[in-house]
Design a binder for this molecule. Structure first.
Ligand code: NDP
Length: 325
């Protein structure tokens, strides 16, 4: 029997790398795109040791022709769109780039699928940032009140996917994923900034770590588990949107305390809060209810915040040791 083919837009990112690993293990032929495959290092695919096993292509999300070309060349049965400007903080500084990549990427893919009359299934990466402050624990029926250009873009893409699904009968769905972490995340993201900052302090390279608002609360999950939910969504009988979360929310201060305690440090002696690092608008409290995913996909998160801290810190120590020897 021919192998199932998956095409991952944004294969160089954290989720793209873990999803590739997951689909390869399931016997898929995996292809993926980067804006310029000649210039991209694909460090995450190399780190997971799978760079040789995937087909790499150049494609720009905002360039209809290049999307049409790669979809025609690969002929995938499943498309995962994980590409786009993914930093909430950066979206305040680059709102046009963020909305452009977040909205027109999925729109171009949906239009290609429609014009080519493909019965390919589409997963689009949506985000808990669409909910804004969750007054209660958010599920698939909670209205969107985004508080960043990133959230606004993701909410627009969510409704675009829903509209195409309804209007043209396409198998297209959005995963409304809450924060998910791994050692593959760059230092620009606060969790990695905290882990590598604490490790630097433990190694006496620096003495202080400057952070923004520590009172914000997030539902932190483990990325390798979250990509499994993406694949399950495309294997569901019907195209549906799902909230993917652990169901447990912790403040950033708790996260900081746990990381510093791993390195036997008292965070209060080393962490400085700089109000200038606060975002113009932020989400104070974010909590997700993954009940539908458990009931209909059989998916639930097993790795919780304390384990995530342990895994991130251990990976950081291992990485430093590997560099030192
Ligand atoms: P990454 O930032 O690691 O990867 C996204 C990829 O998109 C990059 O590798 C890059 O590929 C490409 N990209 C970056 N900027 C742009 C741009 N301006 N225009 C077009 N392409 C761009 O993200 P993650 O893997 O962490 O996340 C995957 C998806 O899931 C993203 O859409 C993200 O917004 C969403 N998401 C992530 C969450 C998380 O906690 N990680 C939570 C909820 C949603 P290249 O440079 O090779 O072109």
């Amino acid at each position: 029997m021919a192998k199932k083919k998956a095409l991952i837009f944004g294969i160089s990112g954290q989720d793209g790398a873990y999803l590739s690993q997951h689909l390869l293990a399931q016997g898929y032929e995996v292809h993926g795109t980067s804006r310029d495959k000649e210039l991209t290092s694909f460090a995450n695919l190399r780190r997971l040791g799978i760079i040789e096993q995937v087909g790499l292509h150049s494609a720009s999300l905002t360039d209809f022709r290049s999307i049409l070309q790669v979809i025609s060349d690969v002929g995938p049965s499943e498309i995962y769109n994980l590409a786009g400007q993914s930093s909430v903080g950066l979206s305040f500084g680059q709102p046009v780039e963020t909305l452009d990549s977040t909205i027109f990427g999925p729109l171009n893919i949906l239009e290609c699928m429609r014009l080519l009359k493909l019965d390919t299934k589409l997963y689009n990466a949506c985000s808990s940032e669409c909910f804004g402050n969750t007054k209660d624990i958010a599920d698939e029926t909670t209205p969107f009140e985004p508080r960043s250009p990133y959230g606004v873009g993701k909410a627009t893409a969510f409704w675009t996917v829903a509209n195409y699904r309804e209007a043209y009968g396409q198998f297209a769905c959005s995963g409304i994923l809450f924060n998910h972490e791994s050692p593959l995340r760059p230092r620009r993201f606060v969790t990695q900034k905290i882990v590598s900052g604490a490790a630097d302090i433990a190694d006496r390279k620096i003495d202080r770590l400057v952070l923004g608002n520590l009172a914000v609360a997030r539902d932190f999950g483990w990325a390798p588990e979250y990509v499994e939910a993406m694949a399950l969504m495309l294997r569901n009988d019907e195209p549906k949107d799902f909230v993917i979360a652990t169901g447990e929310t912790n403040t950033l201060e708790t996260f900081v305390r746990e990381v510093f305690s791993y390195f036997s440090l008292d965070w209060r002696k080393h962490v400085e809060v700089d109000p200038a690092l606060r975002r113009p608008t932020d989400i104070d409290w974010s909590a997700g209810n993954p009940r539908r995913a458990k009931r209909e996909l059989g998916w639930s998160a097993k790795v919780r915040m304390k384990d995530i801290v342990l895994r991130l810190a251990e990976a950081e120590v291992k990485r430093r040791h590997a560099v030192d020897v």
